[in-house]
Design a protein around this ligand. Structure first.
Ligand code: ADP
Ligand code: MG
Length: 364
């Protein structure tokens, strides 16, 4: 099911009338989620991800704009009639019910032509449980399950009605690191197996990058960029997006373009043909450095952290916005820690420049 958002906007009135200042939680969001894809909605806390999701689900009413499922305008449809499955961060299972009863619950409330026999319901519940691999645990209570298992039950409960759209709001946040990894792979598998159009909300860029067909990066209610994860990583539209994606994060410098060259402190570090003279922010991905004794970018060497295949070379640079600059280098190379300086040449496609005022990307 294709999901189309048209100029979707949500304004919350101020709680404090005197102080004024309404919140534009979601600002003119236009986007089409292709049928059968998993879209990662990504951004820092408070940027409007949940509000967007709740509007798609029908739990919140947009201030303006429209939502279509396929060709059907669902903007005013109630949540029960939209055919969405919702999973929240806190699993919100009914504690006094068994796993089976929890999964059956949404089916027992179906009315009219959707009403099912007991056998049909059980069959469906077991199908959903199998899909998330908890069919062995059907008679347990939620308190007898691990966090990961509880979240699977919540996902099974969302899937049991065979929703047209699956909406997941930070579903992995309460899991420990290992379970988070495992569960996100599970979600991806289930999504592929069922082909349900899915929106996955997270503030964790790595999570979004690893499982999404497409990501939408938001900031303060405004969509910053949409694209395949690698595409957005390789071609960020602005400094915010460049900083938000990538671990370790991109290194940011204050720089200057003059005569088609990019300067960091006094040194010309890269040719940027066609760019007018101006002040810029410069983003260099950690993998954008080549060790090069003749290289134009000279840093004060601080430390080397070996991480197996790669090493992280930590240094300082006078133009850096952050205290430390981090370069990821293949560990076949050697860095002499007794030296005070380390020199690099730069990989041009790993260097991005941004207007110092607007922070928008300047291409070269
Ligand atoms: P996210 O899920 O990205 O963390 P939210 O969608 O929850 O962000 O919130 C976006 C903005 O809207 C925040 O500034 C938040 O404080 C505000 N907001 C969310 N829900 C309400 C509400 N019910 N009333 C007033 N403001 C709200
Ligand atoms: Mg949220």
């Amino acid at each position: 099911m294709k999901v189309e958002l048209r100029n979707l906007t949500k304004i919350f009135p101020s709680r404090n009338k005197k102080a004024g200042g309404e919140v534009i939680a979601v600002n003119d969001f236009t986007f089409t989620i292709p049928d059968g894809k998993l879209v990662g909605l990504l951004g820092p806390s408070g940027c409007g991800k949940s509000t967007t999701l709740y509007m798609i689900s029908g739990l919140q009413k947009p201030s303006s704009g429209q939502i279509f499922f396929g060709e059907e305008d669902v903007t005013t449809l109630s949540p029960e009639n939209r055919g969405v499955g919702l999973v929240f961060q806190n699993y919100a299972l009914y504690p006094h019910m068994t796993v089976k009863q929890n999964i059956l619950f949404p089916l027992q409330n179906l009315k009219g032509k959707d009403k099912m026999t007991k056998e049909e319901m059980l069959e469906r519940a077991y199908e959903a449980a199998k899909l998330v691999q908890i069919d062995e645990l059907m008679d347990r209570k939620p308190s007898e399950l691990s966090g990961g298992q509880q979240q699977r039950v919540a996902i099974a409960r969302a899937l049991v009605k065979m929703p047209r759209v699956l909406l997941l709001d930070e579903p992995l946040s309460n899991l420990d690191a290992r379970l988070r990894l495992q569960t996100r792979e599970e979600i991806r598998r289930i999504q592929k197996e069922t082909g349900i159009t899915t929106v996955f909300v997270t503030h964790d860029q790595e999570e979004a990058m690893s499982i999404s067909d497409m990501i939408v990066v938001m900031k303060l209610g405004v969509v910053q960029q949409v694209g395949a994860p690698q595409e957005v990583y390789d071609d960020p539209a602005n400094l915010f997006v460049a900083k938000f994606l990538g671990t370790p994060p991109i290194n940011v410098f204050k720089g200057r373009v003059a005569g088609g060259k990019l300067y960091l402190a006094e040194n010309a570090v890269l040719d940027v043909p066609g760019v007018e003279d101006r002040e810029v922010f410069v983003g260099i991905r950690p993998e954008g450095f080549n060790l090069d004794p003749e290289g134009p970018m000279v840093c004060d060497l601080k430390n080397v952290e070996v991480m197996g295949r790669d090493m992280s070379v930590v240094c300082e640079h006078p133009a850096s916005v952050n205290p430390l600059v981090r370069a990821i280098i293949n560990s076949d190379n050697k860095v002499d820690l007794s030296k005070a300086k380390v020199s690099y040449s730069l990989k041009p496609h790993k260097v991005f420049i941004f207007d110092a005022e607007t922070e928008n990307r300047i291409r070269f």
